[in-house]
Ligand binder design. Structure first.
Ligand code: PLP
Length: 396
C-alpha cells in the first residue's frame, strides 16, 4: 500500500490515504470521478477560482471567522480554551465553505445542476443556499424517515428553490440518500455535479472537501500564533461525523506538534468501534455487524449520525497522528449548558461533543494550563427545541 509522505498532503494513487480511501464505484462512475478530479486540480491551482472562492466566503460567508478566547470557561476547566467560530459563518456552520467551493466548480465545469444527499437536512440546506446564490438547479435526496423528523429543513430547502426527493429504500435515512444521489449522478453526469457533504465517498471527494475546509485550520493557525506569541495550541479538538470540520481544522495543524483529537458520538463512533469495509465508494472504518451489514449510527446530534468516517481520519488514526474518542449524549447536553452559561454561546450539538471531551479530559489527559483550540463547527439555534425536550425528559 502507498503511504502519504506528509500527513494531510495529497493522497496516493487512486486517492489512497494509506490503506483507506480509493474509488470503489461502478464502471459507469469512473469517468465522472476522473473528470472531477482533474477539474478540481485545475481549479485549485487557478488564482481566478481561488480568488472568487475567497471573495464569496468573505463578502457573503463572513470569513475570516474569529478565534474567541473563553475566559470564564478557561477558569472553570483550568485550561486556556480558544474557539474557532464557524458558528458565525452564513447559514450557521462550516458547511458553507464546502458547498460554495463545489458550486463554483460545478459552474466552471459547465454543469447547471447539483444533486446532494442529506440526513438531518443541514447539508441539503447548505447546498440549496449555494445553488440559489449561483443560480444553479438543485435536487436533494433525503430519506423518508429523515423528512418526517426534519420538516422545517425540508421547508427551508424548498424556500431556497431546491427540490427535495424522498428516498424510500433501505432504512430511509442518510446512507440510502447517498446511494440515490450517486444513482442520479450516474444518469445525469453531463449536466450535474454531485455536491457531497463531507470528507467521504470516492476519490476525489475526501481530498477535495478537506482542501475546501482547510480554510478553517489555516485561519485558526495564524490567529492562534498571533494570540499565543508565535506558538501553536497544545491540543486541537473537533467533532467528527463524516469528518469535514475536523479534517479542515487538522490540516492547518498537521505539521505542528499539537495533539489532534477527533470526537465522535458514542452511538456513532466509527473510528473507535468500526472495522474496515467499503461503503459509498470508499474503503474506511464502518460500523458493521458480524455479517458485514452496516449498522445505524444513533446520537442526539443528527449531524453525527453517519455509520462511517472519512478515510483520511481512518488513516490519521492508523498512523497515530490524530486520536479519536467519544462523548455520550449526557456529556454533550451538560457541555451545551456549560458553554451557554459561561460564554453566552449556544453551540450546535455536534461541536458540543468536542467541548464535552474537553470538559472530561481537562485535568486528566489535558494538563492544567494547556492551551486548547476547539472548532465550534456550528451554532445551536437549530437544536434548542430538542435540548428543551431532552432536558424536560430528565436525560441530563
Ligand atoms: C454537518 C455538521 C457536522 C458534521 O459533519 P463533519 O463533516 O464531520 O464536519 C458537524 N458540525 C456541524 C455544525 C454540522 O452542521
Amino acid at each position: 500500500m502507498t503511504t502519504v509522505p506528509v500527513p494531510m498532503g495529497r493522497p496516493g494513487p487512486d486517492g489512497r490515504f494509506g490503506d483507506f480511501g480509493g474509488r470503489f464505484v461502478p464502471e459507469s462512475l469512473v469517468p465522472a470521478c476522473m473528470e472531477l478530479e482533474q477539474a478540481f486540480a485545475e481549479a485549485w491551482a487557478d488564482p481566478a477560482y481561488r480568488n472568487r472562492l475567497d471573495a464569496i466566503l468573505r463578502d457573503y460567508g463572513g470569513r475570516p471567522t474569529p478565534v474567541t478566547e473563553c475566559f470564564r470557561l478557561s477558569e472553570r476547566l483550568g485550561a486556556r480554551v480558544l474557539l474557532k467560530r464557524e458558528d458565525l459563518v452564513h447559514a450557521g456552520s462550516h458547511k458553507l465553505n464546502n458547498v460554495i467551493g463545489q458550486a463554483l466548480l460545478a459552474e466552471r465545469m459547465g454543469k447547471r445542476r447539483m444533486v446532494a444527499e442529506t440526513g438531518a437536512g443541514q447539508h441539503g440546506v447548505a447546498t440549496a443556499t449555494a445553488a440559489a446564490l449561483l443560480g444553479l438547479e438543485c435536487t436533494v435526496y433525503m430519506g423518508e424517515t429523515d423528512i418526517e423528523r426534519q420538516a422545517l429543513n425540508v421547508f427551508r430547502m424548498e424556500l431556497l428553490g431546491a427540490e427535495v426527493r424522498p428516498v424510500r429504500s433501505g432504512s430511509r435515512t442518510l446512507k440510502d440518500a447517498v446511494n440515490e444521489a450517486l444513482r442520479d449522478w450516474v444518469a445525469t453526469v453531463d449536466s450535474t455535479h454531485y455536491c457531497l457533504g463531507s470528507v467521504m465517498g470516492p476519490h476525489p471527494f475526501p481530498y477535495m472537501v478537506r482542501q475546501l475546509q482547510r480554510v478553517v485550520g489555516d485561519e485558526a493557525r495564524e490567529q492562534c500564533r498571533a494570540l499565543l506569541g508565535g506558538h501553536d495550541p497544545d491540543v486541537v479538538v473537533a467533532c467528527v461525523g463524516g469528518g469535514s470540520n475536523a479534517a479542515g481544522t487538522f490540516a492547518g495543524f498537521s505539521e505542528t506538534t499539537a495533539r489532534l483529537v477527533g470526537v465522535e458520538a458514542a452511538g456513532g463512533a466509527a473510528v473507535t468501534d468500526g472495522i474496515p469495509g467499503v461503503l459509498h465508494g470508499m474503503c474506511s472504518l464502518l460500523l458493521q455487524d458480524e455479517a458485514g451489514q452496516i449498522l445505524e449510527a444513533e446520537s442526539i446530534s443528527a449531524g453525527l449520525d453517519y455509520p462511517g468516517v472519512g478515510p483520511e481520519h481512518a488513516h490519521l488514526a492508523a498512523i497515530g497522528r490524530a486520536e479519536y474518542d467519544r462523548a455520550t449524549d449526557e456529556e454533550v447536553l451538560a457541555a451545551f449548558r456549560l458553554m451557554a452559561e459561561t460564554e453566552g454561546i449556544l453551540p450546535a450539538l455536534e461541536p458540543a461533543h468536542a467541548v464535552a471531551w474537553l470538559v472530561r479530559e481537562a485535568g486528566r489527559s489535558v494538563p492544567s494550563g494547556a492551551t486548547v483550540l476547539v472548532t465550534l463547527s456550528g451554532r445551536g439555534d437549530k437544536d434548542v427545541a430538542q435540548v428543551r425536550d431532552l432536558l424536560a425528559g430528565g436525560t441530563a
